[in-house]
Each structure stands twice: as C-alpha cells, then as structure tokens.
Design a protein around this ligand. Sequence first.
Ligand SMILES: Cc1cc2nc3c(=O)[nH]c(=O)nc-3n(C[C@H](O)[C@H](O)[C@H](O)COP(=O)(O)O)c2cc1C
Length: 453
Amino acid sequence: MSSKGQMRLGAFFNPTGHHVASWRHPDAQADAGINFQHYVGITQTAERAKFDLVFLADNVCVRDARIEALSRSAQYIANFEPLTLLAALSAVTSRIGLVATASTSYNEPFHVARKFASLDHLSGGRAGWNLVTSGMAAEAYNFNRDAHYEHRERYDRAREFAQVVVGLWDSWDDDAFQRDKAAGIFFDPGKLHRLNHKGENFTVRGPLNVPRTPQGRPVIVQAGGSDDMIAVAAEFAEVIFCAPLTLEQAQTFYRKIKGRMAEHGRASDAMKIMPGLSAIVGRTEADANEKYEHLQSLIHPVVAREILSTVLGGVDLTPYPFDGPLPEDLPMSNASQSTFANVRDMARKENLTMRQVAMRVAGARAKSVVRGSAQQVADHMEEWFRNGGCDGFNIMPPYLPGGLDDFVALVIPELQRRGLFRSEYEGRTLREHLGLARPASRYAKGSPRVAAE
Ligand SMILES: Cc1cc2nc3c(=O)[nH]c(=O)nc-3n(C[C@H](O)[C@H](O)[C@H](O)COP(=O)(O)O)c2cc1C
C-alpha cells in the first residue's frame, strides 16, 4: 500500500480490449489497432479519470498459430508500433503517463534510450519503458536468428542492456545546455559524459544525442514473474506489471520482489507493483454477468481450442472430440504439467467438456478476472491493496471503449469515495503520479557512482 494510502492505476490497452472476442463486440472499433481516433478517445477517457498511465504492450512479430484460429483473432496481429503511437498521443493529452514495451532481445540499447528520452521530452515527463525480454520464437525469426535466446541468457542481456540505457540517459547534466547566443556557447563541455561501456553483450561509447529528460530518466517498468526477471527488476524496475491469480500469490510475489531491492541499495517504495486486473463491471452483478456471457458467446470454438492448446504448452487438441471430456492422457511437456493439472481438476470437478473448458480458459486468458457491481470490484481491489498484495492495478478493459467507460463511470467514483484513488493529479510527470523520486544523475555531486569512479 502506498504511503498516501492511494492506489496507482494503469489503463492497459489491447486495441479492441483484452477479451479474445472483443473485436466482435457490436460497439467495438474492429480496426482499433490502426485507428488513431480510437486511441485518442480511450486515452483521453483514462486521463479524465486521472489514471496514472496508459500501457501499450508489444511483440515484434505476428504470433504463430493455426491459420484458422489466427485469422479469427484481432489481438497483436496488425497494429501501430506503440512508441510511434504514444508520441502522437502525447500531443493530445497533458498529464497521463505513457508507457510502452520495448524488447531487450531485439533492440540495441542506444535505440531504446534515444526513443524513450525523446518521448519524455515530447510529453513533458510522462514516458515509461516496459522492459521485456520477449518470449516467442516467431520474434527471433525477424531478427536474424532461428531460435529465441535461452531464458537466463536473455535476462543477462537485459541486465546489461538496462545498465547501458540508464547510463546513456545520464549523458548530459540537467543544466548542460546553456544555448548562450551572445557568448556563442551551446553547451558546457564539462557537463557532457561519455559512457564508454564495454561488456559481454554491448560496446557503447555514447553520449546519447538527446538531453537529460524532464523526469531525469523515463520510468522503467518490467513485466513478468520468473526468478530471472525478479533479479533484474530488483535492480532497475520502478513499476512491475504482473499476473497473480490469487491474493496469496500476489502477496508472496510482492514480498519476494520488494525483499530483493535492498541488495541494490533501493528502498522498497521505489517500486510500484501493479497486477493486471480484467474487470467486467455492471450496474449490478447480474448486469456484469450478462456482459461477460455476451462476450463469451462471441468466442469462435476454433479460437478457444487454440488458446487451450497454447495454455497446455502447445499440445495438439484437434484429434479429440470437442464435446467430449478433456482427455486424461494428453502428451504434455514438463513445463505445462502444473497448468494441465489445474485445468484437468477444473474439468473433473464440474464435469466439463473440452469445449466448456476451452471457453473458460479463453475468456480468462490466465489473468485475474473480476465480475460484478462497482462495489464488488472495488471490494476486490481494496482487499488486495490493503493486504500487501499490490500498490495498485493495471486495469485491462475486456472490450473498448465500453469496458473502460464502465470502469470510469462506476468503479473510479467508488474508489474515490473510499479515499483509495485521486480526484485530481497532484503532479505533472509520471514519476510524480507514481510517487517516485526524480533520480539524480550518476555524475551529480554526492552521487555514489561519482564517488566510486
Ligand atoms: C502484464 C504483463 C504485460 C506483458 N507485456 C509484454 C509485452 O508487451 N511484450 C512481451 O514480449 N512480453 C510481455 N509480457 C511477458 C513478460 O515480459 C514475460 O516474458 C512473461 O511474463 C514470462 O515471464 P518471465 O519472463 O518472467 O519468465 C507481459 C507480461 C505481463 C504479466
């Protein structure tokens, strides 16, 4: 829970919404992925509601799936490159934070440092970088490789990548640019620093060709939950996007990751943990259930089977009757044994067919889903927030714009009434919204980095 007792809220936008069939909703913008006015509308709605940030996820591929399922899906198939989109959105918003994913596996640190620094200037201090290592083989094929990096290897690369990016962001002191026309001095040479980084994966001289940014450095976000990820996040991440399914899982993760920060001399409140929350909100519980059932009815069975197959580690489900029981003897990989056990238990307990299991799994997509009235959704959020499960949430509207409109109209006022969310922005930058200090440059007087060098 934050010191001010208020939640941090992100608006996590999948173009048409997070529900797999959201693009088929009667009110959906089916072309949302490349519809700028759609993004202007939803981002301004989130800003009016005083969300801390909007978040755009990203992959650098069209994912691999059976074409009959892929051709019935809208998510991450064809959409704007997110940083380009955020740059445009920065011009039509003034307060809300702007966060996008960029992969450390398929970028160079100089590129990432430069682009996010530019966005921070363009937006007046509202940029955030979601550092991910990428997870799909299909991404490797677009970058001169025939396989993805191994898990540990990609996080080793990510650590060094982050070191370089953070170093480049300090290339110029805050007051390096005098731009003194009379004297003819553009910048003070003593306030320019070359990084001269030479490491396992990167050799980067610097300096960056963008001045130090309004936030000092853009906010670093990380998404995931593995031990390798936690090791990097404890050192660098200022926000965590994660996907625990129960309060207990959330509490364990929260303690674990915050507990590792001291190793890097960081205070635990220098990181805000924001689990994803898919909230289907109605005026009443029955209304919310109706909205959910409507979305569920739009899932094509081929799509549902594909998602179940993916969740079970890629096992081929096509030979089995869809309206029969979930087979007990599927050829499972080790990695997905525990997921399979969960899914099989659910099927057994309620006597579900494979179709029913697939629809359920496709509807939730391994995310925390709450359904109900504003009070019920706020109760859930308050319970997690007050009991050490999180510092806020990354709200994942199931469909857009309606799912966001419902949350803003119904849940936000309820959270405000409970004193759990702001009614006005207190500051101008993303760091100020999140309650994160503006970091001093490593070259600033008194900085431990300078003393050590
Ligand atoms: C809320 C959330 C958002 C994510 N966004 C992205 C993304 O935009 N791009 C991406 O490649 N991976 C994304 N991921 C995947 C993670 O970066 C990570 O690869 C995945 O959770 C596997 O965890 P691990 O890397 O900790 O093993 C996201 C994960 C979560 C929980």
